[in-house]
Design a protein around this ligand. Structure first.
Ligand SMILES: C[S@@+](CC[C@H](N)C(=O)[O-])C[C@H]1O[C@@H](n2cnc3c(N)ncnc32)[C@H](O)[C@@H]1O
Length: 265
């Protein structure tokens, strides 16, 4: 699948995605993924940052609130419009631009750090987006990203539950099957059934890579791995929101922080 087809899928997803995410239906993001990401983000006060694949901007806003001067880019015009409208309504000094993460419209060494929340596995050429992130970073700058966990969120993952909805295990298949834009169709699981029934499901093109492929891509882009994290929900939240309890059995997300060398020599 080429980049323009991927962009068309995200543009088609963007309206419902924004409305449902802002209604609180992206529960994995709000209750687990973003809080864990922010907890592991180094201090960014006074830093200049770029958020790659920013969507409607919720996470970009969190980083701006942590004190960074942020730019967010996304491939889908509707996401950028919603992000810009949110910025106009409650300014945080964020600039949003329509752009492809695999071809960033910024000069070399423009940013102190870059982030990518759940977007890199959605791009056809991860080597290019990692090389671009490295290019626009200043020496010693970092990229922190979250992706679907390469080992436990393969192209075929099924949560096994008993009749009480208790998670018994995770069935994982197809780990070694690289996908080239295979479409996954789903809605936010925490959305009420009547809301789900009103909308078309998201169509999400996936570009699955194994863990060793990811690590080798990161090394090839010139980064050094600095920190990794596999967030899991705490027992109390899992009891309150059984929907999230699968992350106590095996992680759904992988977080990495990687750093560009301070000098090339
Ligand atoms: C799973 S969503 C995550 C959105 C946002 N970061 C969040 O965490 O709420 C993936 C995002 O990546 C964007 N995306 C996909 N391919 C892209 C590309 N080549 N360049 C920039 N953004 C891209 C999509 O439009 C979408 O907004």
């Amino acid at each position: 699948m080429d980049a323009s087809e991927v962009a068309a899928c995200w543009e088609a997803n963007a309206e419902t995605w924004t409305r449902h995410a802002r209604a609180g239906y992206d529960l994995y993001r709000d209750a687990l993924n973003t809080p864990a990401f922010m907890a592991n983000l180094p201090s960014v006060t006074g830093f200049v940052g770029l958020d790659i694949g920013c969507g409607e901007g919720a996470n970009t806003r969190q980083i701006a609130k942590a004190g960074a001067a942020m730019t967010g880019i996304d491939i889908a015009p509707t996401f950028i419009r919603h992000a810009q409208e949110a910025e106009a309504a409650a300014p945080l000094g964020i600039t949003y631009r329509l752009a492809d993460g695999m071809e960033l419209p910024f000069a070399d060494a423009s940013f102190d750090f870059t982030t990518a929340f759940m977007s890199l596995m959605d791009m056809p050429h991860q080597d290019r987006v990692l090389a671009e992130a490295a290019r626009v970073l200043k020496p010693d700058g970092f990229l922190q990203f979250s992706i679907l966990h390469p080992c436990f969120a393969t192209p075929s993952r099924r949560v096994l539950r008993d009749e009480h909805k208790t998670v018994l295990g995770i069935e994982v298949r197809d780990y070694f099957r690289a996908t080239d834009g295979e479409i996954e169709t789903w809605r936010f699981g925490a959305a009420p059934e009547h809301e789900k029934a009103k909308v078309e499901p998201f169509k999400v093109p996936r570009f699955h890579r194994t863990l060793s492929e990811w690590v080798n891509l990161i090394i090839a882009a010139g980064f050094a791995v600095e920190h990794m994290h596999e967030p899991q929900i705490d027992a109390e939240t899992a009891a309150r929101e059984p929907y999230l309890a699968d992350t106590r059995v095996a992680p759904l997300f992988l977080h990495m922080r990687v750093r560009k060398p301070a000098s090339s020599g």
